[in-house]
Ligand binder design. Structure first.
Ligand code: JFH
Length: 256
């Protein structure tokens, strides 16, 4: 499978339109994903990201790593050098896949539990890149030479962790990163006010949100939010942020 948007012929038309109009093309972010589970990424067809893809703001291609194997069993793994449990992904299919996809302008991301922590600041940086390549490992991970070799070929190579827990492969981490990055691309989020608010962020956790009705199952919306005093509301929200951060993430306040 190597389909930009499997079941939307509408997107194909828009891609052609963009190809004819160079200035538009430069505004879209190109994302390539390499995986042994291409069907996993059908999740990118729905919601905000699905809309962004259909409107041509994000151009995603999913590639099956097994299409870059040359043996009849389409083998992608082998035993670890030096011994140990499990299997490691062999370098050759990865080398051939990246040869086909990579340019000197590409940012290549390898999710791994041994990577640096992916945080909002990183999402903001990635939202400004024109070409992102996500490489999804499985088993115990990918032969390290693939990452080291790619560093000599790409604009940047990142080994990223989405948190201190071990997943079964890179796919879930890639969906999380693409969702975090995708919503920061201009035009993807419907109401840019919410992004403006976030960009003024100060490293605190967010304040709690309420909507109507003002009383629900005996629980009241805090009165300050119904009073229309905008300075009082802002002060209350800031207080809530500080209280919540101190309680659940004191390390964010340098009080670890
Ligand atoms: C991934 C997996 C490594 C071996 C602890 C000691 C030894 C299983 C590719 C990202 C985050 C991932 C992630 C990303 C890519 C892959 C599974 C890797 C080991 C584990 C066992 C394969 C996991 N944030 N969590 N997990 N695996 N390690």
């Amino acid at each position: 499978m190597d389909e930009r948007l499997p079941d939307a012929s509408e997107a194909t038309c828009q891609r052609r339109a963009r190809t004819l109009c160079e200035s538009h093309y430069a505004e879209s972010v190109r994302i390539d994903i390499v995986t042994i589970f291409p069907e996993f990424f059908s999740v990118l067809d729905v919601s905000l990201l699905g809309t962004a893809r259909k409107s041509g703001l994000i151009d995603v291609a999913v590639h099956d790593l097994r299409d870059f194997t040359h043996d009849r069993h389409r083998t992608v793994d082998d035993t670890p050098s030096g011994g140990g449990a499990g299997m490691v992904m062999r370098p050759e299919p990865w080398g051939d896949a990246l040869d086909a996809i990579l340019t000197e302008q590409s940012t290549v991301i390898f999710p791994t539990p041994a990577g640096s922590l992916f945080v909002q600041k990183q999402a903001r940086e990635l939202a400004g890149r024109e070409h992102l390549i996500f490489c999804c490992g499985r088993y115990e991970g990918i032969d390290q030479r693939v990452i080291d070799y790619t560093r000599t070929r790409a604009a940047e190579v990142l080994e990223l962790s989405i948190g201190d827990y071990v997943l079964n492969g890179g796919e879930v981490a890639v969906v999380a990163v693409i969702e975090a990055v995708g919503r920061l691309i201009p035009g993807v989020v419907g109401n840019p006010d919410s992004l403006v608010e976030e960009s003024h962020e100060d490293g605190l956790l967010e304040y709690p949100s309420y909507t109507k009705p003002a009383e629900w199952r005996g629980l009241e919306t805090p009165a300050v939010l119904l009073g229309g005093n905008h300075a009082a509301i802002a002060a209350w929200r800031r207080e809530q942020q500080l209280e919540r951060t101190r309680r659940v993430r004191p390390e964010l306040l340098g009080e670890g």
